[in-house]
Write a protein that binds this ligand. Structure first.
Ligand code: AMP
Ligand code: ZN
Length: 463
């Protein structure tokens, strides 16, 4: 427990403000989940690492947290503007599996990725397809209040009826209407959005349900308003997601909830900024994408990805390069080797001054880059090794790098592994990064980890 106030950036108010829970007994947290039509890419995982840090910081501050994260297994169309195919049905066509099988398969793959990143699982994982009745009820409520209209292809939310629609995004509605050359389809206005979409005439969808308006499926935004209200109530502490949600998804969630319950859903709205590759947005629709397994296949420990993400503030865009990942992996190994070596000194006591500074950093809008800098300062400083370790393990309650458990296995290294290692060093000196990575993968597949120590790279038998 700390006496330093927790301050978080709230996108709704566009400022850092002090966090106090609505109910001191429990902080209620909702995170938008993955659309399970494909593997998560490492950009998605950056957002879930940010949300995990947020949850750990809340817990470090002594709060009990109830964390709900939905599973989008229906209704997310290829374009966020309600046009194009349903991503699930598209995934089904791509793989030849049913939309239901796809959802299950990628949901499990996602859970496995989160576990490998030490991301704590949410307490409740509600699926959109398990909450069709709740979504229909919410649409009926919005309809009864007069905020919907019926179009040929679905039931839409009429954003023109809500004067402060889009406040979260700071949308200039009049400016938008004036310049509207956007494809609106059946909508009256570009900002209107589907609450329920009808199955196309003659089309047999794999996922469809009867409704008061006709057979079809829920729009993408209604699931979050309905499931958040069900598990957390219509006004809870923190709602989070990636920065893309500031413009469309979250304003729509707020609009739905506001009409039916008169609240803006959450007290704090928090957004993680994007991971980019070569300065361009990383997305699945753009074709090839990097997933956690891609990094593992190249010989990286998945936690090196977590370490890489901790090196940037969650409200800064982060650019991915293999070189930068290699740097993070090297630094991470250095840190855990040091932490392991300190364990020889036996049990120690966390240093009060370092802990105080650590708490100040995490409570200053989750400043993890400063926490990493503090960890290096601790490592290089004069404290007794046992106390260094005890202090670092306190930091690790939030960093989540698994430092307490990690152990190198210092078996003898066969000559052929040593030779591979030397060739990798040569490749790195010549900046042939791909070759270096391939050699590292070779070492890895022979059952060894490469650790870059101040004395040069060392291979150790993987556990
Ligand atoms: P989706 O599966 O598209 O619903 O996305 C899952 C989560 O990942 C959402 O919170 C998105 O905002 C987030 N996200 C999508 N692309 C990126 C990216 N390139 N970097 C970071 N987060 C992302
Ligand atoms: Zn959502």
């Amino acid at each position: 427990m700390t006496d330093i106030p927790l301050r978080l950036f709230d996108t709704y108010e566009r400022r850092v403000r002090e966090f106090t829970p609505l109910d001191p007994a429990e902080v209620r947290l909702y995170a938008c989940g993955l659309t399970v039509y494909d593997y998560a890419h490492i950009g998605n995982l950056r957002t879930y690492i940010f949300e995990d840090v947020l949850r750990r910081v809340l817990e470090y501050n002594g709060y009990r947290v109830l964390h709900v994260q939905n599973v989008t297994d229906v209704g997310h169309l290829v374009s966020d503007a309600d046009t194009g195919e349903d991503k699930m049905e598209k995934g089904s066509r791509r793989t030849g599996k049913s939309a239901w099988e796809i959802a299950e398969f990628y949901f499990q793959a996602f859970q496995a990725d989160l576990a490998r990143l030490n991301v704590l699982p949410p307490h409740i994982w509600p699926r959109a397809t398990d909450h069709i009745a709740e979504q229909i009820d919410l649409i009926r409520c919005i309809e009864a209040k007069g905020y919907t209209y019926l179009a040929r292809d679905g039931v839409y939310f009429d954003t023109s009826r809500l004067p402060d629609y889009g406040y979260l995004a700071r949308l200039d509605l009049e400016g938008q209407q004036a310049g509207a050359r956007v494809e609106v389809g059946e909508k009256r206005s570009p900002t209107d959005f589907a609450l329920w979409k009808f199955s196309a005439p003659g089309e047999q969808r794999q996922m469809e349900w009867p409704s008061p308006w006709g057979a079809g499926f829920p729009g993408w935004h209604i699931e979050c308003s309905a499931m958040a209200a069900k598990y957390l109530g219509p006004f809870f502490d923190i709602h989070c997601g990636g920065e893309d949600h500031i413009m469309v998804h979250h304003p729509n969630e707020i609009a739905q909830t506001q009409v039916c319950y008169g609240t803006r859903l959450a007290n704090f709205w928090m957004h993680g900024y994007f991971l980019q590759v070569d300065e361009a947005k990383m997305s699945k629709s753009a074709g090839e994408f990097l997933r956690l397994q891609t990094l593992i296949d190249r010989g990286y420990d998945p936690l090196a990805w977590r370490f890489f993400c901790l090196g940037a503030h969650y409200r800064a865009k982060l650019n991915f390069t293999w070189e930068a990942l290699e740097g993070a992996a090297t630094a991470f190994n250095r840190l855990r080797i040091a932490a392991h070596e300190w364990s020889a000194a036996g049990p120690g006591t966390p240093d009060a001054e370092f802990l105080q500074r650590f708490q100040a950093d995490i409570n200053d809008d989750l400043n993890m880059p400063r926490v990493l800098a503090l960890a290096w300062e601790l490592a290089r400083g004069p404290l007794p090794p046992a106390d260094k370790r005890a202090t670092l393990l306190e930091f690790d309650r939030v960093m989540g790098l698994g430092l307490a458990e990690w152990q190198p296995s210092a078996d003898e290294v066969p000559a052929e592994i040593a030779a591979l290692l030397e060739r990798r060093q040569q490749a790195r000196r010549e900046k042939r990064w791909q070759d270096a990575d391939a050699l590292r993968a070779e070492v890895r597949s022979a059952g060894f980890e490469v650790e870059d120590t101040p004395q040069g790279p060392v291979a150790r038998r993987a556990r």
